[in-house]
Design a protein around this ligand. Structure first.
Ligand code: MN
Length: 507
């Protein structure tokens, strides 16, 4: 049932103000979108509601859930920014504006530019909550993608697979990563998806039965050794994740042991290792399949111990051992930092996913003194702050830290086809040409920005669409050296000038 009550019930101990805020936003969004329908024929508000609900399920508080309910009212329902500010205040307006802005970025180009686009998303969002709202919005859009006109489906699904799902992964949000991948998969790779479904079907029932038996045996053994208060669950591998693994294993299903896995959640880190010892004591582990992601966590912060054992029925089963906190983080990642539900758990970790969020972020601490440092300049300040923030951050301070600043040092320029290239601020069309290909730079005769001819020393602006005009007989001149910003372009211009000089001399 879609109603205020359901949303509020998903919040963790909401205050009276929280409840009133949610109720107000619910009514406001419903009214604002009342004349609109989704492609599915449902009222538009269903989308607003489901976005808000996704956020509540991620453990977000009333402010973010409210922003989720209202995220499309400016863009799609012609509500003014002034009205939002008046009714809901500056913070919620800020979040909605952020989401609206992200909505304008489109993935149309090549996969090789996906990384630039991911950076662009992170850079433009200003606040991690904006990304989380955008991901919650995308989940519902993907769930209803079948109703969208066919010619749009592939672009939206590819964008989800190449941009949003990897972002969720890097932010440590396993649950969103898996959902986004599996919702996009059938649209982007229909045939492969079909094949994976067939394989899954064959595996399904037998494996779950087996896991139940194995799980009961293990629980008994662990209890005998004093480990109680255990939770177990079965996790089925996501279909896209299975597809990628099948590709790596030449589609030999027998080489994949973790289509189903048994998850065992124990109270402490010590218990994880102890349980591993107990399990290995009565079931032979498969060589080379023991992975200690507790001592050596994955780059995005994932922690667990994995092992694969032979059962007494002769099958193999993958077992994943972890604590409740590791589990929470593996599923919710950065969202669990902002979550009210897990605030009390305390955050002992070192925000690994934030440090790995962008390339070069690890170099950041070393380069603290040198503000002009290139690596450091690539990273938005709000992310630097995230990476530096002390471990026992209080939610409110933490959120305040995230709000400021913007990606000041890079601009994102598009080709007419929609490929995105990131360049240092004040770059020229010549830098852009060389960033595409050295041949294009070396024979560039002119440039158009948004379809209009411009001079070669024009300073490009964020979001410009630039078309480069080339002529075979054109070569770089020494003037270009004063214009270009990137070392790459400089190098190419110099080497071309030298070549011209050598040729003239030999003539
Ligand atoms: Mn939306």
């Amino acid at each position: 049932m879609r109603n205020t009550k359901e949303l509020i019930s998903l919040l963790d101990s909401p205050s009276k103000e929280d409840k009133e805020l949610i109720a107000k936003a619910y009514d406001f969004a419903q009214k604002a979108h009342s004349k609109q329908l989704r492609y599915s024929g449902e009222p538009y508000f269903v989308h607003s509601y489901e976005t808000g609900k996704n956020l509540a399920l991620l453990g977000m508080g009333a402010t973010v859930v409210t922003a989720g309910l209202l995220h499309d009212v400016i863009e799609d329902a012609d509500i003014s920014e002034e009205e939002i500010k008046k009714e809901f205040g500056g913070e919620i307006l800020f979040l909605i504006q952020g989401v609206t802005k992200l909505g304008k970025i489109r993935f149309q180009g090549l996969k090789r530019h996906a990384e630039s686009l991911r950076k662009l998303f992170v850079a433009s969002s200003q606040d991690i909550r904006v990304i989380i709202i955008k991901l919650a919005d995308r989940i519902h859009n993907m769930k209803t993608l079948e109703y969208v006109p066919e010619e749009k489906q592939l672009r939206i699904a590819t964008e989800t697979l190449e941009i949003f799902a990897p972002l969720a992964y890097r932010l440590g949000m396993g649950i969103l990563n898996r959902k986004l991948e599996d919702l996009s998969f059938p649209f982007v790779y229909p045939k492969e998806h079909e094949r994976v479904q067939e394989i899954m079907k064959e595996k399904n029932n037998d494996d779950v039965e087996l896991l139940k038996k194995v799980s009961q045996t293990i629980i008994k053994r662990l209890a005998k050794e004093g480990i109680t208060n255990i939770k177990t669950s079965y996790r089925k591998k996501g279909s896209y994740s299975l597809y990628k693994k099948l590709e790596r294993k030449n589609w030999d299903v027998n080489k994949i042991y973790d289509i189903f896995a048994l998850r065992i959640i124990v109270p402490t880190v010590n218990d994880c290792y102890k349980a591993l010892g107990i399990i290995h004591g009565f079931r032979r582990p498969m060589p080379g399949r023991i992975k200690d992601y507790i001592a050596f966590s994955k780059p995005n912060g994932y922690q667990s111990i994995h092992t694969t054992i032979f059962t007494r029925f002769g099958n193999v089963v993958e077992i994943q051992l972890r604590t409740a906190e590791m589990h929470e983080k593996a599923e919710y990642g950065i969202a669990s930092h902002l979550s009210y539900k897990t605030k009390k758990v305390g955050s002992e970790s070192n925000n690994i996913w934030i440090k790995r969020l962008l390339p070069n972020i690890n170099k950041l601490n070393k380069n603290e003194d040198n503000k002009k440092d290139k690596n450091s300049a690539d990273i938005p300040v709000w992310i630097k702050k995230l990476a530096d923030s002390p471990n026992n951050v209080h939610s409110k301070e933490f959120v305040d830290e995230l709000k400021k600043d913007f990606f000041e040092h890079r601009i994102f320029i598009f080709t007419p086809k929609g490929d995105v290239i990131d360049l240092p601020i004040d770059s020229s069309p010549i830098d852009f040409a060389y960033a595409i290909h050295s041949d294009i730079g070396n024979h560039m005769s002119g440039a158009k920005v948004h379809g209009k001819l411009v001079s070669l020393d024009t300073k490009l602006q964020n979001g410009d669409i630039v078309e480069i005009i080339t002529k075979k007989e054109i070569t770089p001149t020494s003037k270009w050296l004063n214009i270009v910003k990137t070392t790459d372009a400089k190098r190419h211009v110099k080497s071309s000038l030298k070549k011209q000089f050598d040729e003239d001399r030999n003539r």
